[in-house]
Write a new protein. Structure first.
Length: 221
């Protein structure tokens, strides 16, 4: 899949029962992330971390769904470890997909050929798919099975993409919410002046080209 492609729909059994992915997602954004196996150390830290980040994803209209190549029965037992490690006493807040047969992992090309599990089969890599409210693939990340993800970065990237959708700005390197943004280079000067009535500053460059235009973050009053 390429960025901008329609993310494929699928049906799956999960810890909340059978789902149709599109129906489950409804009009939200979604993050689908995969895990090599249940009862593994890095995966447990990731799912535990997400327990405390769900409110941040909800603020951004983002639903979370995980996938692991084990059964729902295994997931349900694993969830107790995840909650214990995360010191989380509430109901588990997101579903985990049963992909014991690796059908979805193969369909979405999420297998890590260098990491072989106990049954001699490739493990699922740490894939991240960010899907927007139009079911379009907006971002992918592929981590090796041995490297845990940075969910703060995933939230930062979602902030950037949603800001671009709503306000026609790009975000610079290491941008954080509230920081200065860049006027999209596809906007003419006239279009930029209409879209950014509070103004923007064109940075002087040795090339003499006025392509680097800074503006205040539109989310900041």
């Amino acid at each position: 899949m390429n960025l901008g492609d329609t993310f494929p729909n699928f049906s799956a059994n999960t810890t909340i029962g059978p789902i149709d992915f599109y129906n489950w997602l409804e009009f939200s954004w979604g993050v689908l992330f995969s895990h090599p196996a249940d009862f593994t150390p890095v995966c447990t830290t990731e799912l535990s971390r997400l327990l405390h980040l769900i409110p941040e994803f909800k603020k951004r209209n983002v639903k979370i769904i995980a996938l692991s190549c084990d059964s729902v029965t295994s997931h349900e037992k694993w969830i107790e470890d995840i909650k214990h490690f995360g010191e989380y006493g509430e109901e588990f807040p997101y579903p985990i997909i049963d992909d014991e047969k690796r059908e979805l992992a193969v369909k979405l090309n999420m297998l890590d050929r260098d990491e072989i599990g106990k049954h001699g089969l490739p493990l699922t890599c740490r894939a991240v798919f960010v899907i927007d409210d139009r079911k379009k693939l907006r971002m992918t990340l592929l981590y090796p099975a041995t490297t845990g993800r940075n969910f703060t970065e995933i939230l930062r990237a979602i902030d950037s993409m949603q800001l671009t959708d709503n306000h026609k700005v790009a975000t610079p390197a290491d941008w954080l919410q509230g920081g200065d943004c860049m006027v999209l280079p596809t906007l003419s000067e006239d279009e930029a002046q209409k879209l950014f009535p509070k103004g923007f500053a064109t940075v002087s460059m040795p090339s003499g080209k006025g392509y680097l235009r800074k503006t205040k973050c539109p989310n900041v009053d």
